[in-house]
Ligand binder design. Structure first.
Ligand code: HEM
Ligand SMILES: *[C@@H]1O[C@H](CO)[C@@H](O)[C@H](O)[C@H]1NC(C)=O
Ligand SMILES: *[C@@H]1O[C@H](CO)[C@@H](O)[C@H](O)[C@H]1NC(C)=O
Ligand SMILES: *[C@@H]1O[C@H](CO)[C@@H](O)[C@H](O)[C@H]1NC(C)=O
Length: 328
């Protein structure tokens, strides 16, 4: 990422376009949070992994031009959206859960609750329903009028990323090293594809050898799951308790049993190692830092005009320039 672009991102992170606060829908849609949580509960019963998949949306939405649900827009003939961006294609999933939340909300309070806020509420609910912390979220976001595949490609980190690259990326959003390590703890739930780890199993940094930091019996297990020439869509657990949000993820990193390179590097690099150790020993410290990080990440905004979408996958059709100005 160019220094100029990084500076732009930082400015963007500081521009506080719309004020956000916890009671935003208390008059206009007082049951909004209950409705979101109910749909998330049902989704979890249907498929436990789906809540992790929905939680991931917050990261992929907020880092790309702020938390504005740009991520949820389908491609159109004139716009390449973010769903097919490098980090998202064949990877992001459970968009249907957000659709279901939106449908329920439209029944009760049409045109009121933004898709951007749905992502923020649903991510919180995913964590709470998985045994992690519960917290109050700030609301009042608008949905974007556009999306950018190119911005997503430029910003979202690869699973190959090392801790120094991730530190710089997070710093460009005003997120600290502690935030980076705590937020990576989101990988306490969910799964990743063999595709995301083949290089570290067989050719780390072009050496033709595996990543030496993988504990050997864990590496055997991963080799069996992800053989050379096998189906790289096969998935493995991101930590040893993939449906419980806990600090086992950090204990696994200390033991050399991180699934992704970007995870294991947090223990290998001295800049991030102390936080991995702290969180591996003190689950409450992890939970507190995680909540702080999620709230900071949820504050990212682009300052661009927005609307309340009726369908999270498409922008509303009525826009004339004057409508956009009024909705800003
Ligand atoms: C620090 C940089 C990060 C990197 C490099 C990264 C990368 C990845 C990758 C490669 C996967 C597996 C995708 C696949 O194989 O298809 C994944 C899964 C996941 N990520 Fe991240 N991630 C990062 C941070 C975050 C953050 C901040 C969150 C949320 C707060 C998050 C939430 C998740 C979740 C919940 C999953 C599992 C999704 C599922 O099971 O469908 N990640 N991440
Ligand atoms: C992996 O999944 C994607 C879509 O999810 C599909 O297009 C591709 O063909 C699959 N690859 C294999 C080897 O099954
Ligand atoms: C971390 O990754 C970046 C980008 O791939 C690379 O330039 C850098 O040398 C790596 N740092 C270390 C210490 O390995
Ligand atoms: C390993 O990666 C390097 C550099 O990316 C590449 O030149 C080499 O062909 C790869 N080796 C194998 C066995 O894939």
């Amino acid at each position: 990422m160019s220094p100029l672009y990084t500076a732009f991102l930082l400015l963007m992170a500081m521009a506080s376009a719309t004020p956000l606060w916890p009671g935003f829908y208390s008059e206009t849609c007082s049951d909004a949070e209950l409705i979101v949580r109910e749909v998330m509960k049902k989704a979890m019963i249907r498929e436990p992994r789906s809540v992790a998949s929905v939680m991931r949306f917050q990261f992929h939405d907020c880092f790309v031009n702020g938390c504005d649900a740009s991520l949820l827009l389908d491609d159109t003939p004139t716009m390449l959206g973010e769903k097919l961006a490098l980090s998202n294609i064949n990877s992001l999933r459970s968009f249907d859960v957000v659709d279901e939340v939106k449908e329920e909300l439209e029944k009760v309070c049409p045109g009121t609750v933004s898709c951007a806020d749905i992502i923020i509420m649903a991510a919180r609910d995913a964590v709470a329903l998985s045994g992690g912390p519960d917290w109050e979220v700030k609301l009042g976001r608008k949905d974007s009028l556009t999306a950018s595949q190119e911005d997503s490609d430029n910003i979202m980190p690869s699973p190959r990323a090392n801790a120094s690259l991730l530190i710089d990326l997070f710093a460009s959003f005003d997120l600290s090293i502690k935030d980076l390590v705590a937020l990576s703890g989101s990988h306490s739930i969910g799964q990743g594809r063999c595709f995301s780890i083949m290089f570290r199993l067989y050719n780390q940094s072009g050496t033709g050898k595996p990543d030496p930091t993988i504990e050997s019996s864990f590496r055997e297990k991963l080799d069996n799951l992800c053989p050379v020439g096998g189906n790289e869509n096969v998935t493995g657990d991101l930590d040893s308790t993939p449906i419980v949000f806990d600090n086992i993820y950090f204990k696994d990193l200390v033991a050399g049993r991180g699934f992704l390179n970007s995870d294991q590097t947090l223990y290998t690099f001295p800049e991030t190692r102390d936080y991995v150790e702290l969180f591996s020993k003190d689950q409450q410290a992890f939970f507190d830092a995680f909540v702080e990080g999620m709230i900071k990440m949820g504050d990212l905004q682009s300052g661009r005009p927005g609307e309340i979408r009726t369908n999270c996958r498409v922008v509303n059709t009525h826009h004339r320039p004057v409508d956009v100005l009024l909705e800003t």
